[in-house]
Structures are given as C-alpha cells and as structure tokens.
Design a binder for this molecule. Structure first.
Ligand SMILES: *[C@@H]1O[C@H](CO)[C@@H](O)[C@H](O)[C@H]1NC(C)=O
Ligand SMILES: *[C@@H]1O[C@H](CO)[C@@H](O)[C@H](O)[C@H]1NC(C)=O
Ligand SMILES: *[C@@H]1O[C@H](CO)[C@@H](O)[C@H](O)[C@H]1NC(C)=O
Ligand SMILES: [Zn+2]
Length: 314
C-alpha cells in the first residue's frame, strides 16, 4: 500500500513537471544538500553524480581518515574514534571536477534529442563533507546532519528506480578518475580487472545482471562487444580517441588503472535485485577539463553513445 501511494506521488510530480515550459521539476533534500531533477515519465535512464558537489557548511565537520581497530581489524569511521590511520583506513576527499555539470549536460542533450529527460540525482555537498558513493559510516561518520543528506540522496535514487520499474532501466554513475596515467574512460560493471584480463567474467556478478539475463545478445557482446556501451562510445569517436575500457578496442585494462565501480553501482544496479542495471563511468581529467572552456563536445558524444546503448537494450 505504501508503495502504491509513493508511486502515485511520483507520477503526479512528473506529470506536473511536463506542464512546465522550463522542462523538469526539482526536489531538494534538507538545505539543498542533495537534489533530484525528476525525469520524464517514460525515461529509462538515471544519472547520478555523487562526487561533484562543492557546498561546505560549517555546521558539518569535515570527514577524516578512519581509525583502525586492532582487535576486530576493521576501520571505524567516527570522529572520536582515536587516531585516524591513513595507511589502513584512507578516506578520499577529492572532488571529481566537472562531473556535476557533466551529468546535467548529458541529461540536457538526451532530452533535446529524444524528448525524454533522464532522472538526475546530485550530491551538492563537497566530498570532504559527505560521500554518497560509500557505505553510510564512511560517508557520514555518524554525523546526523550528514547522514540525513546521505539518506536523502539514496532515497531519491530509489524514487527514480521506482518511477522506472517494473520496466528495466539503466543508472549511470558519473565520476572523474583522478590520476590513472592511461587517461582512458573506465566503465565499471563491478567486474574485477583480473577477471576482465583473464576472460573469466560472469554476468551474474555484474551490475548489469538483469540485462544479461533478459537479453538475446551474449554477455560478451553487451559488456565489450558490438552491443556494449564501450562500442557506442567508440562509434561516437570524437573526444574519446578510442580510449574506452572495456570496449571492442580495449577489452580489458591489462596493467592499466581501472575502477570496477563503487557503492552506487554495486547497490543500485541489478547484481542483487531488481530490473535497473548500473554502470560507473570514470572520465579522465582531459575530457572533463574541456567543460572549463565551455566545450561540450565530450558531453554531447557521451549523450549520443548512451542514446545508442539505450536504443538497443532498453
Ligand atoms: C574542510 O575542508 C575544506 C576543503 O578541503 C577546507 O576548505 C576547510 O577549511 C576545512 N574545514 C575545516 C574546519 O577544517
Ligand atoms: C594498534 O596497533 C598499532 C601497531 O601495533 C599501535 O601503534 C596502536 O597504538 C594500536 N592501537 C590501539 C588503539 O590499540
Ligand atoms: C575519429 O577520431 C580519429 C582519431 O582521433 C580521427 O582521426 C577521426 O577523424 C575521427 N572521426 C570522426 C568521424 O570524428
Ligand atoms: Zn568519484
């Protein structure tokens, strides 16, 4: 019953949104720390940007490294846990620059080309305050105000998933890789570098498990073959310069830098349940830096690639 009521509210909001000339309606969490730009009723796509925020409220303590508990051999992510231990319980604070505007630009492009605006969920807080791509303890250090923003972010993602389901859909988690020298685009499906290298990848361990289980194409085709997101990115060519992993040109990372996808891809994709698949997109700095000069080429290419991938699978 609760679910019915919720779904009705979402549809109602979305319908209202369609009557606005400006496009979409936005819901904010407390103090606009997190933001949900509600997509079109018939959109199958969700974009998240957890590391692109810059708000730095003084009421919220900065995150630190965690403390290592010698007895349980686990990290404790609390502000008064003792001595923060960078070596064992490192916490990343760096902003994925330009990823907030990249997510919005991709949504704008997709809306302009297809008439369907994706759902967009943004963390407006600096990563040094809250990290929406970690589990709750490491994300918020038990600080009530921070934890609330974190919960609102994930509730917005759940609302967007609910608006799409029971249809299948796709969540793209937008990130920026900081320091991998290859400067390629890394697509994370939760599959490890080693499994990609050894060709021992299994669809049921991936964040696109639902797609793999329901598609008439093989997992290899969908993951890094002629029906993969990597394929559509290479086809758009442009700014990618053939540097996408995994893709038909670069099926595995070898010894190169590679992120397999984090908390959002793991928990909001279809690995454990549901019909919404997820892929983490790590864009290298040179491509994101284009946005500093107002050059939208990368965002446009990425949007076109996503439209191609969605058209085949969703
Ligand atoms: C919190 O971190 C931000 C970003 O690094 C920094 O500008 C600010 O001074 C820090 N605040 C405190 C209280 O340490
Ligand atoms: C944990 O072990 C390290 C290294 O043996 C030691 O330096 C540290 O003080 C210990 N911490 C606690 C809380 O016991
Ligand atoms: C694709 O990229 C290559 C290498 O950067 C370039 O030579 C070629 O002109 C590009 N093609 C298109 C259609 O953009
Ligand atoms: Zn990131």
């Amino acid at each position: 019953m609760m679910m019915r009521v919720k779904l009705f509210l979402i549809l109602f909001n979305t319908l209202q949104c369609m009557t606005l000339v400006t496009g979409y309606r936005t819901r904010f969490g407390m103090k606009q720390y997190v933001e949900y730009q509600i997509g079109s009723v018939d959109s199958k796509l969700i974009l998240t940007a957890p590391h692109g925020g810059s708000l730095s409220p003084t009421t919220m303590p900065n995150r630190t490294h965690g403390c290592f508990d010698n007895e349980t051999e686990q990290c404790i992510y609390r502000h008064n846990c003792g001595t923060p231990t960078r070596s064992k319980c490192k916490v990343l604070m760096a902003t994925d620059t330009n990823t907030r505007n990249l997510a919005i630009l991709i949504a704008d492009q997709i809306e302009a080309k297809t008439g369907k605006r994706p759902h967009v969920i943004l963390n407006n807080l600096g990563r040094w305050k809250m990290d929406a791509n970690r589990d709750a303890d490491q994300a918020a250090f038990g600080v009530p105000e921070t934890k609330r923003a974190y919960d609102e972010f994930h509730e917005f993602v759940n609302n967007a998933k609910l608006a799409i389901s029971p249809s299948s859909g796709l969540l793209l988690d937008i990130h920026g890789v900081q320091s991998h020298p290859e400067a390629w685009v890394e697509l994370g499906y939760r599959l490890t570098k080693s499994n990609l290298n050894k060709n021992t990848v299994l669809a049921e361990y991936s964040s696109i498990k639902n797609l793999a289980a329901t598609s008439s194409y093989t997992f290899e085709q969908i993951l890094r073959g002629d029906k993969s997101l990597g394929h559509f990115m290479l086809r758009e060519n442009l700014s990618f310069n053939s540097r996408v992993v995994p893709s038909p040109d670069t099926p595995s990372p070898g010894s190169g830098g590679y992120y397999r996808g984090g908390y959002i891809t793991k928990h909001h994709g279809s690995r454990y349940a549901g019909t919404i698949d997820a892929i983490q997109i790590e864009s290298p700095r040179p491509l994101r830096d284009l946005l500093y000069n107002g050059d939208k080429a990368y965002a446009i290419d990425l949007a076109n690639a996503v439209i191609g991938f969605l058209g085949v699978h969703y």
